[in-house]
Design a protein around this ligand. Structure first.
Ligand SMILES: [Mn+2]
Length: 410
């Protein structure tokens, strides 16, 4: 007996973190549905289970839902869907809307906590639909114990795992030990986007198409083979995702020619498939406006090849020429106010500690170079509603000022 375990399709996801290519990211999520169907055929799977979060939320449009159903309808096998926290069952669920009135006959949405018997090849599914976004209750609680070896028992659930100790206590916590004590052959889990083995009989499949830069080892489904009741499952992760979300760090240090040369080398070697790669470059080190402009020019050379490139400069220290900044800001009242505020913050005791921690002597830097990121971190600028500007925005403003100044020399 063989089946495909997948989860966390998050169809309808806005991809707001990459707005310029959001449409392509959303399309890739739909297309991976088709690839999973083809894999089911290639591997002669008996069925497919989706362990929750097919949809990003319960308000996705009817067209979106119909598109998913049309794709699932072309699968060569039955598909069993169990609602997760994003598309939870109950009042207002997407699964109770008219889009699901003419569901293809091979698609089964399991919104009840009751066993589903699949006569061939002799499997009983124990669906554990999520009925509220957040609850302290274990969605697998209802599964009855069983000692007989008549059928292969597969539980399908969505939530956090108690034993892992990650996730909030009300994040639909599942006890692996409790499930194991009930003689479950395999627990197909969703919610965690990376592929993860929890025991020889419990896995998160991860999302089949990566959703953000922070995820590791996503983009897979699991092909699960179980010979007979009680036998150890054989799990094979198969990559089905098209998009790669890659985050790299690059330190700007030493002569700018070296620094940029190393960055170019890194980008050259980075991806075998840049047109399907979203790249986030995190810059660290110390730089001035002139070098930053050269980095931007360099990235412009790579932009046509890559699907997406963005740059995070929040870890970058700014090489500030205080005299030039003062001269420039002196005729701009708002800029002057910001610069004055920052200088006042730097004089505060927290700032003194930060400056001490950043060993100016050892770094061989003059007094005019200050680790602004650290100063601001330690000054603990509030980021609530009362404070209308965030620390990142202050840094971005300073970076813009420096760019406007241009040609700051070290
Ligand atoms: Mn989830």
């Amino acid at each position: 007996m063989r089946f495909i375990h997948t989860a966390d399709w998050q169809i309808g996801m806005k991809a707001a973190n990459v707005p310029q290519v959001a449409d392509k990211v959303r399309m890739a999520r739909l297309e991976v549905i088709d690839r999973i169907g083809r894999l089911a055929e290639e591997r002669e799977a008996d069925f497919v289970v989706v362990a929750g979060d097919v949809f990003e939320h319960n308000q996705v449009g009817r067209q979106c839902a119909r598109d998913v159903l049309r794709r699932l309808g072309s699968y060569p096998v039955d598909v069993y869907i169990v609602p997760g926290n994003h598309d939870c069952a109950g009042a207002g669920s997407i699964y109770t809307t008219s889009a699901f009135l003419d569901t293809p006959s091979n698609v089964h949405v399991l919104i009840e906590r009751e066993p589903v018997v699949i006569e061939r090849p002799g499997v009983t599914l124990y669906p554990c639909p999520v009925t509220q976004k957040r609850t302290m209750l274990d969605p697998t609680d209802w599964i009855p114990s069983e000692s007989s070896m008549n059928t292969i028992r597969i539980a399908v659930a969505h939530g956090s795992v108690r034993e892992l100790g990650i996730g909030d206590p009300d994040d639909n916590p599942i006890s692996l030990a409790a499930v194991a004590s009930k003689r479950i052959d395999y627990l197909a889990l969703g919610h965690w986007h990376s592929t993860m083995m929890l025991s020889s009989r419990a896995y998160y499949s991860g999302t089949p198409e990566q959703t953000s830069f922070s995820e590791r080892d996503s983009g897979n489904v699991l092909v699960v083979s179980i010979d007979r009741p009680g036998s150890e499952p054989v799990i094979e992760p198969v990559r089905v995702g098209k998009l790669a979300w890659v985050e790299i760090e690059h330190e700007l240090t030493g002569p700018w020619q070296d620094s940029l040369g190393r960055l170019r080398d890194t980008l050259d070697c980075l991806s075998s498939d840049p047109s399907n790669t979203l790249l986030r470059l995190r810059l660290t080190g110390i730089s001035d406006g002139e070098t930053l402009a050269k980095v931007d020019d360099l990235l412009d050379d790579f932009r046509p090849a890559f699907l997406h490139i963005d740059v995070n400069k929040s870890g970058l220290l700014l090489d500030i020429d205080e005299d030039k900044l003062s001269e420039w800001a002196s005729t701009r009242p708002l800029a002057w106010a910001v610069v004055s505020d920052l200088r006042r913050l730097m004089r505060q005791s927290a700032a003194d500690e930060a400056a001490a921690a950043f060993d100016i002597e050892d770094a061989g830097l003059g007094d005019s170079q200050v680790d602004l990121a650290e100063v601001l971190e330690n000054a603990k600028l509030p980021e609530d509603e009362d404070w209308k500007i965030t620390r990142e925005e202050v840094q971005a403003a300073l970076a813009e000022m420096l760019k406007a100044l241009g040609g700051i020399s070290r």
